[in-house]
Write a protein that binds this ligand. Structure first.
Ligand SMILES: Cc1cc2nc3c(=O)[nH]c(=O)nc-3n(C[C@H](O)[C@H](O)[C@H](O)COP(=O)(O)O)c2cc1C
Length: 322
């Protein structure tokens, strides 16, 4: 259980916001595998303000997956607030998170995402604006720092977030320079947890129950964000839950069951997207590959999927996997 201001979330295991991944079909699948709280895909403030159709599409949800969080990306305090209000009017997220963690070049160029680690005063203004005007709790996602020379920036921004009304901090224990490479570093998260009196939810390398437990022990954090570990392995939620409750970790699904699941995921995607197949085929290939990552037959399967031109073709390749 997590308490973020007045909001209670009945789990400490949260699916991280992930652009291009945590869409409606994906969230429906992880819900079936025990995920109790997830995020919509990250929403860019200016795209939200100027492309209402796209926002409405990204904010589609199913009643049974509620509650959900929404994450916003931006650098202009009033635009971020206006965008957050649009999000709240089009959907019913129970919290709004400000992204101060995205290291993508195009995001940094716009002085948003992790760039806000370098502009704490501006970040403070955005957070204060949101937390004083929105009816839902505001949270902030940070990186541990910009690079190894500035390892304290995440902690500094986390304190600023708390001082400006944030009700929790998500911390990814990698620096901006690291991107998604190398291993997560636990110390920055542990220090942040020590200093803050609001929940600290940790992110980084939650690939399996053992690493989830390690994160909890090493940092003392209040909750965990599952990210890449859930792509193609939605059962990770049940595995971690069981392990943390001291129960036997359930066996992973058989190859036969995984094949059925991938096809179900792809079908949900094909039925959901109302755009030409040529556009969605790349995403379907990506989804299919998530499920076969790291398996002995993965290379063969990946090569075949990479060439597939249609949904039916990917399904045929999956049927042939043995
Ligand atoms: C493809 C991809 C997309 C991501 N998109 C977002 C995003 O939109 N917002 C965000 O806060 N973090 C995003 N992240 C970061 C994850 O939420 C998470 O913090 C990070 O992957 C570290 O966790 P892991 O090592 O367990 O994967 C993304 C990561 C990946 C790999």
């Amino acid at each position: 259980m997590l308490r973020l201001g007045k909001l209670k979330i009945n789990t400490m295991l949260i699916m991280a916001p992930m652009s291009g991944c945590t869409d409606l079909p994906f969230r429906t699948i992880i819900k079936d595998f025990g995920c109790r709280f997830a995020f919509y895909e990250m929403l860019d403030a200016s795209a939200t303000l100027y492309s209402h159709k796209k926002t409405a599409f990204m904010l589609q949800s199913a009643i049974r997956e509620m509650p959900l969080g929404a994450q916003i990306l931006g650098s202009d305090p009033s635009m971020v607030l206006d965008a957050a209000q649009i999000i709240l009017s089009q959907a019913k997220p129970v919290l709004i998170d400000l992204n101060c963690a995205c290291p993508a070049k195009k995001v940094i160029k716009k002085k948003a995402g992790a760039y806000l680690l370098k502009e704490p005063k501006k970040a403070a203004k955005i957070i204060k604006n949101l937390s004083s005007r929105l009816p839902v709790p505001v949270t902030v996602k940070v990186r541990s720092g910009w690079d190894k020379n500035f390892p304290q920036q995440g902690l500094k921004l986390a304190k600023i977030a708390r001082d400006n009304g944030a009700k929790a901090v998500f911390m990814h224990g990698r620096t901006v320079r690291q991107g998604y490479e190398g291993h997560v570093e636990y110390l920055s998260i542990a220090r942040t947890k020590e200093v803050l009196d609001i929940p600290v939810i940790a992110s980084g390398d939650i690939w399996n129950p053992r690493l989830a437990e390690k994160m909890l022990i090493q940092t003392g954090c209040d909750g965990l964000l599952v990210a890449r570990g859930a792509l193609g392995r939605p059962w990770i939620f049940k595995e971690i839950q069981a392990h943390l409750e001291g129960k036997k970790i359930p066996a992973a699904p058989s190859l036969g069951k995984i094949k059925i699941l991938v096809k179900r995921h792809l079908k949900a995607y094909a039925d959901w997207k109302s755009c030409p197949q040529k556009y969605i085929i790349g995403h379907m290939r990506k989804i299919a590959m998530w499920y076969f990552r790291g398996k002995v037959y993965a290379t063969r399967t990946r090569d075949a999927i990479a060439k597939a031109q249609a949904y039916e073709e990917i399904c045929e390749i999956i049927d042939r996997v043995t």
